[in-house]
Design a protein around this ligand. Structure first.
Ligand code: ADP
Length: 425
């Protein structure tokens, strides 16, 4: 029998007794009233005892009770016990998390909804110069680099921002913010000084080697031209050898030029101006049309006369590379369409060919330096594998992106999408 049934049973028995006693004495109502009063007082007593126990936090074992009250005490006691166990487990976990984040080599700062510091780890205090007492302070008041404040305000945290460490400007930090929870953000700062140094060494090395190769190449080219002039055609071997050497030096010249251009793109400051894109495209197409490979194949469609803010020489290189590829990687009688047009929020240059196309798996890789797709072709196609890397860099410097749509055997479309904010006419 459950406690409830037992409790109801007792109450019914008491009522029955009251009824019997009442009928015997002729005071039924009085007896029933007395039973109800008794039951009420006893419940009131139990409730007040329960309230006292709960109000003191339900500490210790519960008071002795009988019937349904024993059941209630037992359940509350069990809930409290489980709660205590859970709390203990949770605080142990939080403790472990704190210890591990405290030991992290990267700086970590928890920011509140108003950029106030909620928590910092040891590395954050060391490298960002924050103190334990800075809790509650707004971080832009403590880290005052304008690029950091811009990054913090922007709300776009996909990429990291590079900053000198506030405590030592020779240290470079890659600072990144990660959003989590309701309005909370985690700021992470990693020391990338060594990486930056290696990157600079790589750039310097490529720039120096490319630069140093220019002089010997010019000398070689000069001698080869002289040899060609002197060749009277009596020795086919000599004629062939000179031609081969000229082809290879030309290839090397392209490689060196492309590497130097890439280095310039990586290191030089941008010189921006308002570039007349229709005029530039007209010029590029005219120059290309004069080449044997392109004669009569290019269709230029200028749907807008929009000019954009940019660097003309860089844009010329990028567009020439895209057009050159479209011509190179398609048959000599197919058309190549160039379209300069405007959408709602972008200015687009599409270069479309009906050539060999690119396999979907290769598309993410073709903008990597020196990456060339291995395809068996009827004709040999020369290239350095640097053209699209140059295009990607130039577009990056113009806040633009490259979209590639391609189907094997059908053709490709390379679209340069410039944000409408670049419009200057
Ligand atoms: P390169 O043309 O000098 O090899 P790029 O960086 O310009 O180097 O191109 C990388 C690779 O991408 C090329 O080797 C080629 O396989 C592929 N590719 C580029 N443009 C096209 C195109 N329009 N159609 C088909 N394949 C292309």
């Amino acid at each position: 029998m459950s406690f409830w049934q037992k409790e109801i049973g007792i109450a019914l028995l008491l009522f029955l007794a009251a009824l019997v006693a009442g009928s015997l004495t002729g005071h039924v109502l009085l007896f029933v009233f007395l039973v109800m009063l008794g039951l009420w007082i006893s419940q009131l007593f139990q409730i007040s005892r329960f309230e006292r126990w709960v109000s003191t936090g339900g500490r210790g074992k519960y008071p002795k009770a009988t019937g349904i009250w024993e059941d209630i005490y037992y359940h509350v006691y069990r809930i409290k016990k489980n709660e205590k166990k859970r709390k203990k487990k949770l605080s142990k976990m939080i403790d472990q998390f704190r210890k591990s984040t405290e030991a992290l080599p990267d700086a970590a700062v928890v920011l509140g909804a108003h950029d106030e510091i909620e928590w910092t780890n040891k590395a954050a205090r060391e490298v960002l110069g924050l103190q334990q007492t800075d809790k509650g302070q707004r971080i832009p008041n403590l880290i005052r680099f304008p690029e950091f404040i811009r990054y913090l305000k922007s709300g776009h945290y996909d990429e990291a921002v590079m900053l000198p460490a506030p405590v030592d400007h020779s240290i470079t930090l890659a600072v990144r913010i990660v959003k989590y929870g309701a309005g909370l953000r985690l700021l992470l700062a990693q020391d990338v000084t060594q990486l930056k140094k290696m990157e600079r060494m790589r750039k310097d090395f490529v720039a120096n080697v490319s630069h140093e190769l220019r002089t010997p190449l010019t000398v070689l080219k000069g001698y080869l031209e002289t040899m060609q002039d002197m060749d009277d055609g009596n020795s086919p071997l000599l004629t062939h050898s000179v031609q081969q050497m000229q082809g290879q030096t030309e290839r090397m010249q392209h490689l060196v030029d492309d590497l130097l251009l890439l280095t310039r793109l990586e290191t030089q400051q941008k010189k921006v101006q308002c570039v007349d894109i229709p005029a530039l495209l007209n010029q590029i197409c005219k120059e290309s049309d004069a080449l044997e490979i392109a004669a009569g194949r290019i269709e230029l469609s200028l749907e807008t006369d929009a000019h954009i803010v940019g660097e003309e020489q860089e844009l010329r290189s990028a567009f020439t590379n895209l057009l050159g590829n479209a011509l190179k990687y398609s048959s000599d009688d197919s058309k190549v369409k160039i379209r300069w047009h405007r959408s709602e929020d972008a200015l687009m240059l599409d270069v479309e060919d009906q050539g060999e196309g690119i396999a979907a798996a290769e598309i993410p890789r073709i903008t990597e330096r020196f990456y060339r797709v291995e395809v068996k072709r009827s004709k040999k196609v020369n290239g350095t594998g640097l053209g699209l890397a140059i295009v990607k860099h130039v577009l990056m410097r113009h806040d633009a992106k490259l979209d590639i749509v391609s189907e094997l055997g059908k053709g490709s479309r390379f679209s340069c999408c410039f944000p409408a904010t670049r419009l200057c006419s």
